[in-house]
Design a protein around this ligand. Sequence first.
Ligand SMILES: Nc1ncnc2c1ncn2[C@@H]1O[C@H](COP(=O)(O)OP(=O)(O)OP(=O)(O)O)[C@@H](O)[C@H]1O
Ligand SMILES: [Mg+2]
Length: 427
Amino acid sequence: MIPEKTVGLHAKKHRLEHSAQHIAKGVLAIMRNRTDTEANAVEKWVLVENEFLIVLFAVLDDANLPNLAPYLATGKNSLIYHLQTVLQRPVVLSNHSGVRVAVLVSRSEKSHLSKNVAFPGWRKGILQIGVRPGEKPLNTRWEKLGHLLIAGMTQAGKSNFLRSITIQARSEGFKLLLADPDGRTFSFMEDASQLLAPVANTLESCENIVEAALQEIIRRTDCFNLLANKPDNIDEYNARTKEELPRLLVVLDEFNGTVMATGGARGDFAQKTTQIAWRGAKFGVHLVLAGQDFAKDIVGPVREQMSTRFCFQVSNASTSKVVLGKSGAEKIKHPGRALSNRWGMVQTYLVSKANLIQRDPVSGMTSNEKRLAVHLKEQANGQMKLSLLQDYLKVGERQARRLRADWLSRGLAEKVPHQNNGIYLAG
Ligand SMILES: Nc1ncnc2c1ncn2[C@@H]1O[C@H](COP(=O)(O)OP(=O)(O)OP(=O)(O)O)[C@@H](O)[C@H]1O
Ligand SMILES: [Mg+2]
């Protein structure tokens, strides 16, 4: 008989070795106890893990078995059925390359994560970040986001991620303050009407950005002070006043570099940024700091205020530790993939040129979409007839349906019960 400890030789050091041993013992006991099979039919055990499953293979010594039929049989009295009921897990027969009995040990934790996922388009009130393993969309809400810290070596995907966040903020109608010393991240935003100051490309203008953010915080502090029982946050303030304060997104790309060039951690720029981090959240100010590396003395004063942190691929484990408190991001291989302190590994959405197109801050519509809406109003009293969409956009029925579903989910269209449940432009 093959000694049972053989399992250990093939399943060495695997975290599920113990479970595999247990399952192997069960398989051997059943084979030994049945009249038509025997335990020494198993030549070796192999434990295999892929992206989805962890499977234990009992490889049969088929060359030396006098009769394979009992091992290959199916049906109520078969070995396979017997194993399945006693082990209480899926068992299948594989005979591609010799006869093997495969027992499912567990689903793999490393379930699939795509390398390239396109940004699916803006959704009101939701910040869409990317996908998690198993292709699960990762969405959050701005009020839960707080401030953001983003690290990653060159070409890791920081600028793309900053654009994704910024276009979503723009569509929500946020005010914007953007520092882009390299001039490569935000050139498409230069004409945005929501900018409180031009996109900053020089050290001096970067310093002006943090000064403008601080002034805005001071202005908002005064607004809050005017109300009896000071509001706790911007949502409470807006609920109690007629003149709503929009949220403000402050993005400082290449943060570490700018700090180094403006007097270091004790310089004016770093000190003002620290103040924004400490004072801004309650007034609806979201600070986003991005850089290739973060020196400890630079990030130390703000780290605890940066409630959401992403580390794209970095060159060493210590940067990952400074940003996330743990190593791991140094092992990332794909652009756009990041380890976060709140959600584990994420593949961030890739933003295409089409996504960078200016949208109406209130409706979130692009100018093309607005033209289509006008056409629908003129031709069908606002009804989103499929034939009309197909005709206007030169697309098939499926695409027209998809567009209609998209507009429904964005609140641009609605079903009207008293019009035969037809789909009409909202409002
Ligand atoms: N989310 C993503 N999914 C797939 N590919 C991506 C993603 N983000 C970035 N990339 C790819 O990686 C390249 C570099 O991305 P990006 O410019 O955002 O890097 P970066 O971290 O800002 O680099 P640098 O520090 O040099 O500015 C992009 O041109 C794109 O091809
Ligand atoms: Mg960049």
